[in-house]
Design a protein around this ligand. Structure first.
Ligand code: KG4
Ligand code: ZN
Length: 332
């Protein structure tokens, strides 16, 4: 078939999302109900509340995705859904909904790995991009350097041993009194600060492996802020934010550049929520590699990236069975 249209569903965390994507690259619609305002009240995602909202909003979001794409259920060739990793209850809503649709419409169902979805956001933004390339996947739950050898073929080169980069952003933001999710707010605050005001340690410097550790950095920032508060010292939170952000983005890109050199790869892509960060994008441009940055709306969770990943998966593997289950720790 010439044009393959996939209706994709993503519910791994706190975004209820659906999209229609043609041939893995052309986004016909990309709709989203963000639960951010609902969870902000609690300072973080409450899994049970996330599940309930997915259940409530999914039918409307799916309908909207079809309407905006200008097509009917009958004109869809396959369904795709995020199988994991993510919050199990949240995932189950999407998986059950997609299975029911696939069964009632008698169309194939494609199970997609959320991380593979993030990587595939680059295929949407750069229609000419093909593997191989190196990808730094940085989100609220993951921090990985991945060699993309081919569609569906990934070699892990480095990962965080504790906190994900986005998690570190969110925790430091919380200490500085910023709302959830902290990443984008911290970026904004950092723009008014001096990145050289404080020196924070970078972990794992000069090691042979390319892993990350962010919990030490997070603790260093928390300790500094508490110490200054206890002593009644006045300090500029923007300076703390800028110094923290500089340390994170330098650490992320140092390892990524090193991985590219070791593997003799000339092209680097970024992916995941933290790849929306302006300082990270600037730092990534300094390496002298060909650089691929997903459009901002495809960095954070969305269903278009799932529709893209599903297309390449469909070309390579058989469709999922209706016994498909969510897998909260699905490996890439
Ligand atoms: O990919 P994503 O939407 O969800 C997960 O799969 O985790 O990533 C969300 C994470 C959050 O930690 C959020 O604070 C972070 O991405 N984030 C940012 C920015 N935008 C989102 N971190 C730093 N700067 C940003 N501009
Ligand atoms: Zn994500």
């Amino acid at each position: 078939k010439e044009n393959v249209r996939i209706l994709a569903i993503e519910t791994s965390c706190d975004e209820t999302a659906a999209a229609v994507v043609e041939n893995g690259r052309r986004v016909l619609s990309n709709t989203l109900f963000t639960q951010i305002a609902i969870h902000a009240e609690y300072g973080g995602v409450v899994p049970e509340i996330a599940s309930r909202n997915h259940l409530e909003k999914l039918p409307y979001i799916v309908d909207q995705a079809l309407r905006e794409a200008g097509c009917t259920f009958g004109e869809i060739d396959a369904l795709a859904v995020t199988q994991g990793p993510g919050l199990v209850g949240a995932l189950l809503n999407g998986v059950s909904y997609a299975k029911a649709l696939a069964f009632s419409l008698d169309k194939p169902l494609i199970a997609v790995n959320h991380m593979e979805g993030h990587i595939s956001a680059n295929y949407i933004t750069y229609p000419e991009l093909e593997p191989p390339f190196l990808c730094l996947v940085v989100s609220g739950g993951h921090t990985n350097i991945v060699k993309v050898e081919d569609y569906g073929r990934y070699v892990p080169l480095g990962a965080t041993r504790d906190d994900a980069a986005g998690e570190a952003f969110d925790k430091v933001a919380r200490i500085l009194g910023l709302p959830y999710p902290g990443g984008p707010h911290l970026q904004k605050l950092a723009e008014q600060g001096d990145p050289d005001a404080y020196h924070f340690p970078k972990s794992f410097r000069g090691e042979h492996h390319l892993d990350f550790s962010f919990s030490g950095l997070k603790t260093a920032v928390i300790n500094l802020v508490h110490r200054m508060e206890q002593r009644g010292e006045s300090f500029n939170p923007a300076d703390v934010a800028a110094s923290f952000q500089k340390t994170v983005v330098r650490t992320l890109m140092e390892n990524t550049f090193e991985a590219a050199r070791r593997e003799h790869i000339k092209r680097i892509a970024l992916a995941g929520g933290v790849s929306a960060n302006a300082a990270l994008r600037e730092e990534a441009a300094r390496g002298g590699f060909a650089l691929y940055l997903p459009k901002l709306c495809y960095c954070t969770d969305n269903a278009a990236m799932i529709g893209s990943a599903a297309y390449y998966r469909m070309l390579q593997s058989p469709a999922a069975q209706l016994s498909l289950n969510a897998d909260p720790s699905l490996p890439l």
